[in-house]
Design a protein around this ligand. Structure first.
Ligand SMILES: Cc1ncc(C[n+]2csc(CCOP(=O)(O)OP(=O)(O)O)c2C)c(N)n1
Ligand SMILES: [Mg+2]
Length: 408
């Protein structure tokens, strides 16, 4: 249990490697991860834990390379957008940056069905920090960049912006500026899947701050009672806005809350895409088999401050020091740098090199292509027309007739 009066410096502030489960130096860490097949849930200490399968090491090489590719695509989308916010005074876009957490989105979405009709694709409900989830689910980066700058050719016609991104075509149901209500809606989709007998799964990504919302508990309670194909992915990045999570949750592992609802609650190292994948695949299999929901808590960290780019410098990864939006410097610089030592890009890359799936040169080429894709996406978005205020009330109501749809 955390001492709520002294949140920083508590044992669970430290990156997972400091918990004594892994050698603290990086080479030792990578050896340990590779040696164990990067598959064991080393942090799976939750009292209501279930066994996690060893799936990732048996995946085909192209799927593993795609996971690395998506991690670096997210990383460079975020870095490019941070730099744009810092250097382009005409730019209107903004974001809650996801850099540092990439392995969570990619590990989960790699276990989902991201293509097909609306009756086949798995659903992802995202949060106010959506761009990583969107890219991992298959959203087009160019259209997302245009949407984030309110351009008419953007994903949602420029009406939504970052907190209202959505793309039905890949099952990305959308970002959500409200902390909580989306979780309950996500269980509604899971209920519909069950009622229609489809094999789809509904996933919600949410932060540690959601533990204190009624929606967290309502979603898990209903999903457990109705055995819904629902997965709650809680990204515990230690902070909600400017407060440590120990101010709103009495437990070190939020996954322990799963006990209350008699469902599996697993803790994974959110910096290791393969651990996340293994937990997600186990949960997806369980959901498709009609066995009900799972709560996955991924221990992770964001490299930028809560919102936008305060404290960041163009060309540099991460934001350090004073955040003018916060009342004080809420994250010690050393804490940020310590977590950056266990970078999800490096971990994925080094494991794949150690498995012989990638070599350094190819990994570098993939990363360079990802960087170029992000640069091109923002350059394309810059050329697009802005949406018009007079069109703002379009798409509020459905036009034409709507077929009544009941189950069955
Ligand atoms: C219902 C509601 N209350 C408050 C807010 C303001 N708010 C935006 S982000 C945030 C904190 C979210 O923290 P967490 O869930 O840990 O996600 P993180 O930002 O760390 O990814 C809050 C309180 C909101 N958007 N919606
Ligand atoms: Mg948080």
């Amino acid at each position: 249990m955390t001492d709520a009066t002294t949140p920083t410096g508590a044992p669970h502030d430290a990156p997972p490697s400091a918990e004594g489960l892994l050698p603290s130096n990086r080479r030792g860490f990578f050896k340990a991860v590779a040696g164990a097949g990067a598959a064991v849930s080393l942090l799976n200490k939750s009292a209501w834990a279930q066994e996690i399968g060893y799936w990732a090491k048996d995946l085909p090489g192209d799927k593993l390379v795609q996971m690395y590719t998506d991690i670096v695509r997210i990383r460079w989308h975020e870095r490019t957008m941070v730099d744009k916010m810092l250097t382009d005074t005409k730019y209107r876009g903004y974001n809650h940056f996801y850099a540092g957490q990439e392995a969570v989105a990619v590990g989960v979405c790699s276990a989902l069905n991201n293509k097909g009709s609306f009756d086949q694709v798995d659903f992802v409900y995202s949060s106010h920090r959506p761009t990583g989830h969107a890219i991992a689910k298959g959203v087009d980066m160019k259209k997302m960049a245009a949407e984030n700058d309110f351009r008419a050719t953007g994903l949602n016609g420029g009406y939504g912006g970052e907190m209202h991104l959505s793309d039905k075509s890949c099952g990305f149901i959308g970002a959500d500026g409200m902390i909580g209500p989306g979780h309950v809606i996500a269980t509604g989709s899971a209920f519909a899947f069950k009622a229609r007998g489809s094999k789809q799964v509904s996933v919600v990504f949410a932060g540690d701050g959601t533990y204190a919302t009624p929606h967290f508990h309502a979603a898990l309670n209903n999903a457990a009672l109705l055995k819904l194909p629902f997965i709650y992915v809680l990204e515990n990045n230690l902070y909600h806005q400017y407060a440590h999570y120990s101010y709103s949750c009495p437990m070190k592992d939020i996954a322990d809350a799963a006990r209350t609802y008699r469902i599996p609650g697993v803790v994974v190292d959110g910096q290791d895409v393969f651990q996340v994948y293994n937990a997600a695949k186990t949960a997806v299999d369980r959901a498709r088999a009609g066995e009900g929901p799972t709560l996955i808590e991924a221990k992770t960290y964001r490299y930028y401050n809560h919102w936008g780019a305060p404290g960041a410098k163009p060309g540099e990864l991460g934001a350090f020091g004073y955040d003018p939006l916060a009342i004080s410097t809420f994250r010690p610089e050393r804490e940020v740098r310590e977590w950056m030592q266990r970078d999800p890009v490096d971990i994925c890359r080094n494991v794949l090199i150690s498995w012989g799936v990638l070599d350094r040169a190819r990994a570098d080429r993939i990363e360079a292509a990802a960087k170029q894709e992000a640069i091109d996406a923002f350059a394309w978005a810059d050329q697009q027309p802005f949406c018009k205020p007079e069109d703002g009330l379009k798409h509020v109501y459905t036009t034409g007739s709507v077929a009544a749809r009941q189950f069955g």
